[in-house]
Design a protein. Sequence first.
Length: 169
Amino acid sequence: MTEDIVKGLGYLTLGTRLKRLGERLQSQTQGLLEEAAISLPASHFPFLAALDRLGPLSVGELTEAVGVSQPAVTRALQKLAGEGLVRSRQHAEDRRVRTVALSRLGRQLVSRARRAAWPGIAAAVADACEGPASSLLGQLTALEDALAVAPLNVRARRLPAQGRTNALP
């Protein structure tokens, strides 16, 4: 069996490892959605969930709520609009701003997903996180918050040179 280099490099490749894990979770979530007869890509559900929970939002607000780039939000919204799941309108006070909301079809899909798929997906992921990783969500929140306060470049500059050279396993 070939050595898993990404896992073996520890913190050096944490981003790659999290991306790899995210892709695995997305793929397996897609399988569960398809079992529930929901054909929309799993990656679109955070946008639908945000609009369901928060109501109509501008693209900027949706970008902030989901935590992805504005171009990614715009691409997802174009696909969701093409499926008839969201609608957009020009903001009443600032015509440069578009407000996006769930359509009736989008609300129906979220309601069905909330009943037929989301509880099982959440339970399955929670089950996979049992054991030593049970505080994973708390650790991820702490990491996101820490990086928002001081990005890696700031942290690397303030560490002693010795800490930087001994970082590889």
